[in-house]
Write a protein that binds this ligand. Structure first.
Ligand code: PAF
Length: 281
């Protein structure tokens, strides 16, 4: 007898998506995210299988991101097969829990005037020789981007100057909506994989590093702060603040002798990310 296939919950609204994640997390569940632009193939399915091993619940996002297409690239003919995608996901043993399929993740000046089935078509629009994506070219009013300024320059970035900016921006949006514990990306586009990894991990990794140094007896806060500031700056972040403070009073401390929390805020492009880690010696 064929194993019963799990039908994923399809969520199109970002508030509903965030609410689902928060509800699941409050029940102690961990969440994995596999971001895709749909038209799934075996490569995507292997990422889904990987995510299924890592967390209790799995979300697959399907969103063709206009922010990573230049006006000369034909977004309107990007292939899609939503029903086929769902049945492929249902064939994965264990199945996925949610398919997040938003209509639009960008702020448009005139969103109500847009045709809801329009993926942001821009096939007849010419580039102006500047870094311009479909969104700007279509006059949609979007102008906030996340950039990983050094890594985005070489390789594919030379011929596709808007691509990685669009990827970093949409991935940041997806992380902020789904709030996953783990996200799984393929390495076929190695530059994309490296950019996303650098952006997302630089802060949390450097905080984990500081915690483990403190656990090993390095309790001088200036040294711990300096190492985190250096790591985040090397990853392209601009520090807003990096403070080690007492967990109760939130007053800065020079040496760790009571429970503290290391709090950090940093700008990546125009996006300000915050994170913290508690250190209880
Ligand atoms: O690799 C892709 O399919 C896309 O670039 C991604 C990561 C889903 C962002 O739109």
């Amino acid at each position: 007898m064929e194993a019963s296939k799990k039908e994923p919950l399809i969520i199109t609204d970002k508030e509903q998506m965030r609410k689902w994640s928060r509800t699941m997390r409050s029940q102690g569940k961990s969440i994995g995210l596999v971001p895709t632009m749909g038209y799934l193939h075996q490569g995507h399915i292997s990422l889904v299988k990987e995510a299924l091993k890592l967390t209790n619940l799995t979300v697959v996002s399907i969103y063709v991101n206009p922010g990573q297409f230049a006006p000369s690239e034909d977004l309107s003919t990007y292939p899609s097969d939503f029903h086929g995608d769902i049945s492929k996901l249902m064939s994965v043993p264990g199945g996925v829990d949610v398919v997040f399929h938003p209509h639009n993740l960008y702020d448009y000046e005139n969103d109500t005037k847009r045709n809801k089935n329009d993926k942001g078509a821009c096939k007849n629009l010419e580039g102006k020789g500047e870094v311009v994506s479909c969104l700007e070219e279509s006059g949609m009013g979007h102008e906030t981007w996340v950039r990983v300024e050094k890594l985005e320059n070489g390789l594919c970035g030379k011929s596709r100057p808007v691509f990685f900016r669009g990827v970093a921006t949409v991935v940041t949006k997806l992380f902020n909506i789904v709030e996953p514990d783990v996200a799984v990306f393929g390495k076929k586009d190695y530059q994309q994989w490296r950019i996303v990894q650098r952006m997302a991990l630089s802060i949390s990794r450097s905080l984990l590093g500081a915690k483990s140094s403190a656990d090993n007896g390095h309790i001088n806060c200036r040294e711990l702060r300096d190492s985190v500031i250096q790591a985040v700056s090397e990853a392209g972040g601009r520090i807003d603040y990096a403070e080690i403070v007492d967990q109760e009073s939130l007053q800065a401390v020079e040496e760790i002798s009571s429970p503290v929390v290391f709090c950090i805020a940093a700008w990546f492009g125009r996006v300000r990310l915050i994170d913290n880690i508690e250190i209880n010696l």
